[in-house]
Design a protein around this ligand. Sequence first.
Ligand SMILES: *Cc1c(COP(=O)(O)O)cnc(C)c1O
Length: 391
Amino acid sequence: MPAISIERAERLKRLPPYLFAMIDKMKQEAIAEGKDIISLGIGDPDLPTPGHVIEELAAAARRPENHQYPSYEGLLSFRKGCADWYGWRFGVALDPRTEVLSLIGSKEGIAHISLAFTNPGDYALVPDPAYPVYEIGTYFAGGKPHFMPLKEERGFLPDLGAVPADVAKKARLIFINYPNNPTAACAEAGFYREVVEFARSHDLIVCSDNAYSEMSFDGYQPASFLSVPGAKEVGVEFHSCSKTYNMTGWRIGFAVGNADVLAGLGAIKTNVDSGVFQAVQEAGLRALTADQAGVGEMRRTYQRRRDVMLEGLKELGLRANKPKATFYLWVKCPGGYTSMEFTARLLKTSGVVTTPGVGFGKSGEGYVRMALTVPEPRLREAVARIKKAGF
Ligand SMILES: *Cc1c(COP(=O)(O)O)cnc(C)c1O
């Protein structure tokens, strides 16, 4: 029998080359050679989910009423928990019935929102470098990303005034993400006010990704886009239990803000997925409402790692800004290296895995991202090995 042709759709063929697959191959080769790898490559917390959250899941999983399809918008109790959390944390009032939507991790909502609001040919304004999902969600919906370069001299904030008028006119969505992955930059209320003004004058929907709002240091408290006047009229914010509570594997997040935007996203979700396992929602609710001491412990752990690694980088003569939030260091490549070359060099000579900045977009060239997801002794070991190997 003749074989059928397993031809991929254009939307998949058009995807930018997956650099991370190349790094993974190099990493696998190094492991096969028996090298001890220190991976600073992936933004996934190494700390465990808090015990009380696991207990809640176990208890909730035993209740038969949780075994059926959940509602796509989420349990009202979970959405109320999210609204209360936004209230005490950011001073933002939300109606849990219409202004909160549960998500299968915030990535799911970010990937789907373009399907609700982008027609073929429409633009989306996407930061560069960035979490790849903004760009890919735009492609999948038939839209065109317009990249807003994030430059060090502007504190890695986009220059909204530099977006061409005709592009802004045809744009439906703008994505922003502070505290930022991969640059670790933060934004203040002044920037968010500027974004609200920009969205109003160009009639576009703001999608703020605030996954790292709780992963902050030195007493710094990142803001929410929704805490500035008028924000709820123009946009939504994506949030997640993943980074705050070490729950990346659990797949629970939420979107909050403009009710019409959330209804549009919800209309996609009713047709694509059937919501989040209710026991996981109950566990997420527990995480949001229980004593938050563990969050403070998480902050102290990453702050110590940040300081250890910054000190080490200084010894090596490498430069990175001191982040006020996120568990990333955005490290300038030493002279002459592209980010891919520097990544390959660190892996080959020292067994240290980093992520090349160019993997997050063209403007990420010249940097590598280090994720502080290994214990302090391993960070010290990484520095010692790089020092010994030189570059
Ligand atoms: C980790 C991360 C998320 C969270 O993803 P989940 O799907 O909620 O696990 C969202 N945005 C950015 C920029 C991230 O780095």
